[in-house]
Structure formats: C-alpha cells, structure tokens
Design a binder for this molecule. Structure first.
Ligand code: PCA
Length: 328
C-alpha cells in the first residue's frame, strides 16, 4: 500500500490555496452512509468529511448521515446518481444484479486476506471506475470490511447442519450462498440486524466480526466461524456533475483526503478484525475456525459461485481475475 505522504502533501498544498480563496461560494454536501456511527467505516467517513471541510477552507462542508438515517443502504447509490445528495458511501456488491462487476469483491474464496483484497482492488479499480463513470458517479475511495465468517445460533460442522436455517443476506452473492447451502435467505440491512435477530426473522448470517460486534450479535447468536470467505468493500462516490463543478484546487484537496481515508480505513479494518473477534468472545460467543469438512464443502460452493460470476461478468470479469492472478 502506498504511504499517505503524497496525499498529505497535496492536502497541505491545496489547503494553502483554498484558505486564500473566498468562502462566498461555500456549499454543503450531504453524505449518507448505511452503517452505524460507531463503525470504523462511518468514522473514517467522518474524518474524511472533516479533512475536506478544513482542506477547502470551508468552501465545501460535508455532513455525514450514518446508520441509514438519510437514505437506507439500498437507496444510497441512486440518491447520488440522481443528485438527491452530492456524495455517499455504499457496499457496491449490493448492486451485483445491476452489473456483475459490482460483485467482484464478493466472490467466495477468490481473495481471502487483506493483501489479496488489495490486489483484487488494484485489478478491478480501472473497470469499476469506468462503469461508475458511465452512471454519473466518480469514485473517491474504497475500504474493505474484515474477512467474512459465518454466524449461527447452534454449533455447525457441515453444510448439512445449515439446512433450513433462516439466513440474513446483504447482497446477491450472500443470497446465492444461502440457496446453495440449503438455507433460506432473507435480505436485511446491517442497521436492522439486531431487531431481525431478536425477533427471529433470521438466525444466521455471513458477515465480518465487526458487524456482529457493532450489532451486539451475542444477544441472539452463539457461534462465529472464521471462514475468511471474502472481504467486501464500501465505496465512497460523488455525483459526477457535482464533481465537475468543483474547482481543481478543491478536487485536489478531496482526492488527497480520499487517499488518506483509504489508507487509514484499511489500516483500521485490519486492527478491528482481532479486536472485534475478541469482543464477540467477551460477549459469550464461541469464535474459531470452521471444521475441515465445512471448509471443504464451502470451497466447492465457492467454485460454483466463481463460475457463475465469470459467466455473468464476461470478458471484463475474466480480465480482472487474470490481472489479479498475475499479481500472486
Ligand atoms: N458487514 C456488512 C457488509 C459486510 C460486513 O462485514 C453487513 O453485514 O451488512
């Protein structure tokens, strides 16, 4: 990963310019975010917003709205595209049905570590930027969630044990995983998890330790299996009309703040992995690796899902995977 010095230098240089500029054209950008204010993604977004406000000398104030309070996760991308808000954060794999490329970070067992997630991101960045640009969106930064594992109420040692369980999904890939393991998918936003589990709408899910910790999942579930299936990413995007109407000096500040946010957010995601798994243990959960049998069966399902993703993503998807494999 690149050290943040270049970004920092850019911010300092552009700040000097911005401070000299008048604040007559000062504007406010609303930034909806889907996850709780306490989550590291939301905090990284809040720091990014501060950096922009300070860096642009008050020309642009970004107001963050965490926890799905302004727009729910599923509505954030459209809200930015259509200019209802200027900027926002979204888990792009939530839009895999719209274009398979959005699901590149959620292909099971393709990239299972932070290092591999970085490489996959490097391989996918160009095509994703182009796709987003065609939708009036300019990508600013992206931060991975910690590795995804499986949560259950009871002990599970094989895929057969999962059958019939109500499974909370957050994108098309997680719904498909439920189907292939004989579970019953029900789509629920992270912000609604605590309630859904408390009322028995779902009793299992795939997610990071971080989301289970944020939602105090130990109040409803007892087991977390560290499967490390993939590391999905959140993406911060700005409406392209808003972006092209922003001065070059302020664009430079924002790019610098974005680079810092990607760096610190990724670092915090890594730190948060161990911290939150310990938090689940402290809450009373059993946390550990899945059985060999379960891992083997899940990997077979991963092969099926990789094939399906490649069929949907076509030559462009294949090119990303090839570029990623070439970095190994
Ligand atoms: N938390 C989010 C997405 C991935 C993750 O770790 C969620 O469960 O909705």
């Amino acid at each position: 990963m690149k050290a943040p010095y270049t970004a920092f230098t850019a911010v300092v240089a552009a700040t000097t310019v911005a401070l000299a500029a008048s604040v007559a054209g000062a504007e406010t950008w609303d930034m909806p975010m889907a996850y709780s204010a306490s989550n590291f993604h939301s905090d990284t977004g809040a720091q990014f917003a501060k950096c922009v406000t300070t860096g642009t000398g008050g020309d642009i104030t970004i107001t963050v709205h965490p926890g799905g309070s302004l727009f729910k996760g599923g509505d954030i991308k459209r809200a930015i595209q259509t200019g209802q808000v200027q900027i926002g954060e979204r888990l792009l794999s939530g839009h895999q049905n719209e274009n398979a490329l959005f699901g590149v970070d959620s292909v099971p067992f393709l990239a299972t570590s932070f290092d591999d997630a970085d490489k996959l991101w490097a391989a996918a960045k160009g095509p994703l930027n182009a796709l987003l640009a065609s939708q009036n969106l300019t990508l600013l930064y992206s931060v991975p969630w910690p590795p995804q594992g499986l949560y259950f109420k009871n002990e599970v040692t094989s895929v057969a044990d999962m059958e019939g369980t109500k499974f909370r999904s957050y994108n098309a890939a997680t719904s498909r995983l439920a189907e292939l393991t004989g579970m019953l998918p029900v789509s629920i936003e992270a912000a609604e998890i605590s309630q859904a589990f408390a009322t028995g709408v779902a009793d299992s899910m795939v997610s990071s330790g971080s989301t289970g910790y944020d939602r105090k999942i130990w109040e409803s579930l007892n087991y977390f299996y560290e499967v490390d299936a993939w590391l999905p990413r959140n993406y911060v995007m700005v409406n392209s009309d808003v972006w092209s109407g922003t001065s070059e000096a302020n664009q430079n500040v924002i790019r610098g703040c974005a680079e810092l946010a990607e760096y610190t957010g990724t670092w915090r995601s890594k730190e948060y992995t161990g911290f939150t798994l310990q938090g689940l243990r402290d809450g009373g959960m059993t946390v550990g690796p899945a059985s060999e049998q379960m891992v083997g069966e899940l990997k077979e399902i991963g092969v099926t899902m990789t094939t399906e993703w490649l069929e949907a993503a076509g030559a462009e998807g294949q090119a990303i995977i090839d570029a990623f494999k070439a970095m190994q």
